[in-house]
Ligand binder design. Structure first.
Ligand code: JCF
Length: 675
């Protein structure tokens, strides 16, 4: 019989865990182990042995518990406490000088500014939530507001502490960072995958993303994922360091891994030299970087600068130039898009550019083909910039020795065989068959299910392709008639995935009017225009019946878009599909039309920290009610929402006798309008 563990045993377990965490940190985060792998394994085995004898001593944060959670069926969505920002890009040194000028002007700062510099890791952005130093959950960036819960997988990563070190960390802390796979491990992974006939990954970033999206954490644990921490999101309970570099150093002290190439830079000239230096050292790094991130170092100044939509005014990513390679054009295929537009796609002799094998490049349209003067058999320069589709930069005419062939636009659709239509006004050529062309059917359905449209998870390109080919669906409303049985009869779909797909189909029925409008795939209507239309008309019938003239009253809507909308709804089949979707249960909360928006006269400013949600979300809610939201107080400002630790804006608002709402009053206001 196993006896109750003694106090001595409990102390030993605590001691072992602390020791293991310490050496884990030395090894994974600092690249400076103090003991050999054998000694480390010895400590680990000792802890495991005690834990197996006394399972009641096992805790979730024990280093033995990194792997072992059961596989998930699907990832759940997590809302970030604070949105994850994106960065503005700069490609030229002049862009940096312009950035610096703007920042200094805004701050009315005459001399040099202090910046922080760090390499921009080309991985997967994640957010880790620590409470009282314990890792509570991890999420991918997603759209910046909501991501996927990857806690189980993050726990398997050695550079992510399960418990923070020391005691200086805030009680609640969102840590932001980039997870990546070292280049050497990426190559080893692909060699191994090739051996067993598995899919190879195109680049280390895709490999990292794929590894994080494993439902079984045991699989993630086998990949050599690592993380660099680069900033924080929400935080509570402790005074934070005052600058980016000091914050990075604190993150390092708390046990997170921070990039050793971080620097404090004096003035923009030093930023430019820093960029050159990192670019030069790039090939020696065992991780992919695509530029450097430069930030105004002081948090006080960052706060003064604020944000422009979703990127901070105080940071910029200086991207490395595109990488180039030489290849041959073997063939041109024509792809048929959602609206029937034919896009020529170059099939190239495989060439490695910046560590990635390239076999395809977009040629955009026939004008681009003419501009390049490209012919089949030509030697070409291919360019790859970050994650964008590779491009053909130019033809190497001097290499044209063998006979080459002209690139011909087909006279029939390569998918359905219909006659191709050329509109003399535009460069676009189309298959005019509309939804009778299976390529257009597939693309229309794919767009409908895509993330920014109805967001039907699991209904991706492959499954849609199969469903259309098997004649199980032929338009978007058929999605809502799919049965589990039909799905499981498809290749490679098990009972569980079928259940998940049916569930996400059902979930998608609850949507919003802007998403619904966007999902219809009317040519040239993006998310922004869909929002404007929804705000203006408030209902889908109203849009369907609106004249071209009244459509043009909507901001962003000109002649072409108005005509596209009219054309869409004047087709009986489209009109019917919209009606069917609603009959099949697709619904959205009612929108009030523009004229009746309750806050349309108001200009709000939000200051201080809000407890209930981030300022970005608060802004969205106010805008939903028709208010304008600005970042600076002026005479035109009508209301200030004043959160915790409000500063100069609050005193300025008091001076100007502007109406002030506390967070509580603000919540009451939102409640009144049900938002
Ligand atoms: O390394 C990166 N990919 C990286 C991304 C580094 C940063 O300091 C970042 C970032 C994205 C947003 N900082 C922000 C604010």
């Amino acid at each position: 019989m196993v006896r109750e563990p003694s106090q001595k045993m409990k102390d030993l377990v605590t001691h072992l865990r602390e020791k293991i965490n310490y050496h884990n940190h030395r090894y994974h985060s600092l690249d400076a182990p103090e003991i050999s792998d054998r000694e480390f394994d010895g400590l680990f085995r000792q802890l495991k042995e005690i834990e197996s004898l006394h399972p009641e001593l096992v805790t979730i944060d024990s280093p033995t518990q990194r792997v072992g959670a059961v596989p998930l069926e699907a990832f759940t969505q997590i809302k970030h406490e604070k949105p994850m920002l994106s960065l503005d890009n700069a490609f030229e040194a002049e862009d940096l000088i312009e950035f610096d000028d703007k920042v200094r002007k805004r701050l009315e700062h005459k001399g040099q500014l202090i910046y922080s510099g760090e390499p921009k890791i080309d991985g997967v952005a994640v957010s880790l939530l620590y409470e009282y130093g314990e890792l509570k959950r991890a999420a991918t960036r997603g759209d910046g507001f909501t991501g996927e819960d990857i806690t189980q997988n993050a726990r398997t990563i050695g550079t992510i502490p399960l418990t923070l070190l020391g005691s200086g960390f805030p009680e609640k802390l969102e840590v932001r960072g980039e997870i990546y796979i070292p280049i050497s491990d990426f190559h080893a992974m692909n060699i191994a995958a090739k051996k067993v006939g598995e899919k190879e990954f195109a680049n280390p970033r895709n490999a990292a993303a794929g590894s994080l999206r494993q439902l079984d954490p045991a699989k993630t644990a086998k990949r050599q994922l690592k993380m660099f921490a680069y900033s924080i999101g929400s935080h509570e309970g402790k005074q934070l360091p005052v600058s980016q570099i000091k914050l990075l150093e604190s993150l390092g002290e708390w046990g997170l891994r921070i990039n050793p190439l971080r620097r404090t830079l004096f003035g923009i000239e030093e930023c430019i030299s820093y960029y050159e230096k990192v670019l030069g050292d790039r090939s020696e790094l065992d991780y992919e970087i695509d530029g450097v991130v430069l930030k105004v170092d002081s948090f006080l100044l960052q706060e003064k600068l604020g944000f422009l939509s979703r990127s901070p005014r105080w940071a910029i990513a200086k991207k490395f130039p595109a990488e180039e390679g030489v290849s041959y054009l073997e063939e041109v295929r024509f792809q048929v898009g959602r609206t029937g537009a034919l896009t020529p796609v170059a099939r190239l002799k495989p060439v490695r550019v910046g560590g990635v094998t390239i076999t395809n490049a977009s040629l955009h349209n026939m004008d681009e083909v003419d501009r390049l003067g490209i012919r089949i058999g030509d030697a070409v320069v291919v360019e790859r910039a970050g994650d964008v589709i590779p491009k053909i930069k130019k033809v190497l005419i001097e290499k044209r020795v063998r006979p080459t062939t002209d690139i011909q636009l087909p006279s029939n659709c390569p998918v359905c065989g219909s006659i191709i239509i050329r509109n003399p006004d535009t460069v676009v050529v189309r298959c005019g068959a509309g939804l009778s062309c299976s390529a257009q059917r597939k693309e229309t359905i794919r767009h409908f299910a895509s993330r920014l449209a109805l967001n039907i998870e699991g209904l991706g390109e492959k499954i849609i392709g199969q469903l259309v080919d098997e004649n199980l669906i032929s338009n978007v409303s058929d999605i809502y008639r799919l049965t589990k049985k039909q799905l499981t009869e498809l290749e490679r779909i098990g009972s569980k995935s079928a259940d998940n797909i049916i569930e996400s189909i059902n979930r998608s029925k609850h949507t919003t009017l802007p998403r619904f409008i966007y999902s219809l795939g009317i040519p040239d209507i993006g998310e922004a225009t869909a929002k404007e239309l929804a705000n203006f008309f408030g209902g889908i019938e109203e849009i369907g019946m609106a004249s071209e003239q009244s459509l043009q009253e909507v901001p962003d809507v000109g002649e072409i878009i108005a005509r596209n909308i009219r054309q869409f709804f004047s087709k009986n089949e489209n009109y019917l599909i919209v009606r069917e979707l609603v009959e099949l249960g697709v619904t959205w909360p009612e929108m009030s039309s523009n004229e009746s928006l309750p806050l349309k006269e108001e200009i709000f400013v939000i200051t201080g920290t809000l407890v209930s949600f981030s300022r970005v979300v608060a802004k969205e809610k106010l805008e939903f009610l028709g208010a304008k939201v600005s970042t600076t107080i002026t005479k035109r400002t009508t209301c200030l929402i004043s959160g915790d630790k409000a500063g100069t804006k609050l005193s300025k608002a008091i001076d100007l006798k502007i109406k002030i709402f506390s967070e509580e009053e603000f919540l009451k206001l939102l409640e009144k309008y049900n938002v």
